[in-house]
Design a protein. Structure first.
Length: 278
């Protein structure tokens, strides 16, 4: 079985949270916060809490918003220069407390078709530089597949992006894939997957639902990941509160993620805790 992890996109990573994560059986976290909150985070305190409760600081999701600042595919060279300098500072700071994996969005959106070739070239240039920067700190960059008009919205385009440098790896967000199948994605870039973002959806747009609340075949996906040799964390990326298009009678608890993961690992169909409103 894989380690069970949870993104901090839905909670504040303070001591109480780490205590409750450990008690529930969650073994790893991805630090994912808006830029202002990330900048204000006390990293020494974060590490101390993680160490005290035995929760691994598995990865850091580098900020992707606002797009005017954090877009590595920007055709404005000054924007790319500034975001790479910022990402370098974050990589230096987080590797100092033991984080070795950094998730990066290859673009913002929307992207018009006529803009795509230029933005793809700029993204590849930025990602190659980030791969080199990360390696200098003993870390690795994982490029995330994205939905809609974003770069990396197909397995083939994500493969093109990571062809910029052999050190680049993939973060497979399984609820972002709107073109092609999960099986085809794994065939195309499965050998480069470093980490995952786990949540469910309806194949129409990203939803970030709990597995079992959408349409993903979880046994097929889980076994497919194992078949390509994935040994990382089963990292949930959804909040405890239901999104606007889903009703739950209560907020999720940390224990709900663990129960959900264990059902999938045991070959069972995960239980839906919410009902779709769309």
């Amino acid at each position: 079985m894989l380690k069970i992890g949870l993104s901090t996109c839905g909670f504040t990573p303070d001591e109480e949270a780490f205590k409750n994560l450990a008690a529930a059986g969650i073994e790893a976290v991805e630090i994912s916060m808006e830029k202002g909150y990330l900048d204000a985070l006390d990293l020494e305190e974060l590490k101390a809490n993680a160490d005290a409760y035995g929760v691994e600081l598995w990865s850091c999701h580098l900020p992707y918003y606002p797009f005017t600042f954090a877009d590595v595919s920007s055709t404005d060279g000054e924007v790319r220069k500034n975001v790479l300098a910022y990402f370098t500072r974050k990589i230096a700071a987080f590797t100092a407390i033991g984080v070795k994996r950094f998730v990066v969005h290859p673009s913002g959106e929307p992207i018009a078709e006529e803009e795509r070739p230029a933005k793809l070239a700029c993204a590849k240039e930025s990602l190659a530089k980030l791969a080199e920067i990360a390696e200098s700190y003993g870390a690795v960059i994982a490029v995330e597949d994205l939905p809609r008009s974003c770069l990396g919205n197909t397995a083939e385009e994500l493969a093109e992006l990571i062809s910029a440098d052999e050190r680049l790896r993939v973060c497979f967000d399984v609820n972002h894939l709107l073109q092609g199948t999960h099986s085809d994605f794994l065939k195309t870039v499965g050998h480069r997957i470093l980490t995952v973002h786990i949540s469910d959806y309806d194949f129409k747009d990203e939803k970030h639902w709990l597995p079992g609340e959408g349409d993903i075949n979880w046994q097929e996906l889980y076994q497919g990941l194992l078949a390509v040799g994935y040994e990382g964390v089963w990292m949930y990326e959804l909040g405890q509160k239901p999104p606007r298009h889903l009703h739950r009678d209560r907020d999720l608890t940390f224990a709900d993620y663990v129960e959900n993961a264990n059902a999938i690992f045991a070959g069972e169909t995960p239980k839906a805790l919410g009902q779709r409103l769309v």
